[in-house]
Design a protein around this ligand. Sequence first.
Ligand code: F6P
Length: 394
Amino acid sequence: MTKRIGILTSGGDCPGLNAVIRGAVKSSQQLGYECVGFLRGYEGLVDPVTYKLLNSKNTSGILNQGGTILGSTNKGRFVARSGVDNREELDIELLAGVQATVEQLNLQGLVCIGGDGSLAIAQQFHEFGIPVVGVPKTIDNDLSATAYTFGFDSAVACATDALDRLHTTAAAHDRVMVLEVMGRHAGWIALHSGIAGGADVILLPEIAWSFDGVCQKIIEREQQGKHFTLVVVAEGAHLPDGAMVTRERRSENRQVALGGIGNVVAAEIQTRLGRETRCVVLGHLQRGGPPTTFDRVLATQFGAFAVGLLHRREFGRMVCFNPPAIESVWITDAVSKLRTVEPNSSAVQAARALGISFGDGRCSRSPFETMTTTDHAAETKNEEPLANSQAALV
Ligand code: F6P
């Protein structure tokens, strides 16, 4: 029987999943493997085993398609909270079932494409002796050990397009427009789209802000003759009292659904300043649609590199992007830390230099006036342990 490689996509989807699948299938074929794609994430691995054989025919034309031809889920039997102290052990029988599937289908190993929760499951597979490699995915870009996850650039492009559109209607009506974007633990999407889309205020989980700070910026703009303001807020930004705005508590060990902070911010601005304010929650539009060219290139490289890892039997590793190189790290190292926005990073400093407010009242003077070269040393990756994170399958 020909040696095979198994692939699955787990957790919330993002643009570029199909590009990874295609990259993995094409490069597997070059090495003489057949490819098996498991359906609905880890669920397809066992009881019942559900998969389809992947080949050049059924992966042709998917490079630019959003979603995943294999389906995905962020609930079900495979739940492993991320973080060293926050992990949930998978049932041994489930693990044994997966191992049996790998043996019966003659798999060289599994390529597991997912975020921190899904990769925490891959880590448990590895510890059980199931041959596995990981590919990091999330629009939030909050995985440590990789400079970028695919999907992030596409989400930023979507949020930037939304800001461009809001800009013209805000200006036409002299309104304050609040755009709520995704970003559960990290404000990367808000920061990058805010800069790219010309936002006036950016609210992140990483920088404490106040309503006074937000309103101060709106008034400053009015004093300059600008009667509209664009505010972008990450769904995971904490309110000034430290609370997070959530939509619902979820069953089946799933993380709490965030959402609603944009409306809270908009309502408070309207109450305090009496300015017409509108809110748009971008939501899952950020996760759909075609991947950008950057994400296609990154995802394709990830797929090919992951197959190379399996071929060389480098199990338990996760593909990562360490510009300009694609490399690998231990999955366990990758899932134990979050990568959040460093409040003194050059992107934040540049935004402040332009007069963009982070709602903390520090927007009037350019930080570059006093910034020294050594200050840039503080811009190294901001990493936080995931131990207290609520993240489940992401
Ligand atoms: O992790 C990506 C993410 O987009 C988060 O920013 C968001 O909170 C979450 O997924 C929403 O996931 P879903 O609605 O699919 O459960």
